[in-house]
Design a protein around this ligand. Sequence first.
Ligand SMILES: [Zn+2]
Length: 435
Amino acid sequence: MHFKIKVKKTEKNDFPYIMRLSIFSQNLTNFNIECSPFASAKDHLKLQHVLHKIRELYYRRVYIESNDSTKLIAAACPDIKSNVNSDKKELIEVIAELESKLSTQLTVPLDYDEKTFNSVIALREKLNSETNLSDKKINSYIKEYENIKLNPKTTFITVEVATENGNVKNLVLHQSGWIKYSKFGFDIRDASKTYEWDQIVKIQGAIKLTTNVRQYSPLDFFNLFAENCKINEFFISLLKSLNINKNIDLLFKSAIEIDFCEPIGNMQLINLKIKQVDEDWNKMENLYKISDYKSLAPILKKFGNDDTNLAYGYVLNEQYNEAIELANSIIKEDISSVAHMTKGLAYVGLGEFDKAYDAYELGVYACQYEWYPIARDNLLEFIKKHKIPASDELSKLEELLSIERKPLYLNKLCFCGSNRKFKNCHASVNNQSFL
Ligand SMILES: [Zn+2]
């Protein structure tokens, strides 16, 4: 018999079975195949059938191969358990019946008692008495099934660690209860997403999170991730087993991906991927610390994570047209972006002072006022560095950035005196002539 270990990941529903291995040596292996908590009743029945067949074989030899057909493990006559008692078998058969009547897949309880059993039987009786099953009714039956407290809430966490030599270790842990999203206290920068996030937190829906910012060290992160669970200790022993004794903070600080899948019944799957940090993330962090936006530009371009500072970096590298183009696309997304000021500075670099004035003027009305002095300092420094001779045009720019103004609301009248609302005049993102 051959088992292949697939490296390529697919949907969780494609994994109805779990193989538990106990490896003593390459030739002494015990394993057991069981259903995953996501398996349907039909999957359970199928497995029982297969296990029965395997056990009937007088001589059996099992190989476990990697996907390039390297033999990883060989075992002779492994002990295969099939511990489904007749009560559980009956329960599974009833659930399979429900499945075919409702044309859906239902997960089977990990544990059950008499009450559960009777509730499932009662549900079958009720379903049998139905003459006409509408979609609405089907859904209410599925809900009713899920409400029979079949399983306590359980979280399954897969941990994948990509190491220096490309090895990927994939482990599955589980703990009781669900990990509460709200615990993370994520800061939603985009206000329009707040509502969406609140909904996801409420229903514990599917969401993918990636952290590249050095906000948490891995241990802090895991503390936050799984309070009161063993994952932390687990993580440390995992790193030990991978022979990573270096500064783990440095290695894994920046690239953590968490993929929360939508719960199925009372079970939730969370995929956690920890990738080795690209050396450039470390460089980036240090350059931010010393505000060296000139050197940051190529790295920010590579990661695409901070266009606002990238546009400024372009100006410092005298890539003025790139800066203007990028600033325009940022402004299109966010009219209050400081990219207006960056655009103004890029036009100063090109010697187009009229355009610089227009960009700065829109900036001082659209951006938060704390940006004015910064924009002004940047302008003065730029003038000094590039030895731009003093002129009326330059003084006008400096003056513009020296007066404090409250940012305009989009529904207020525009600063230019056109008598139109700001959003329909200078702040109109569709109006290319201003961008
Ligand atoms: Zn206007």
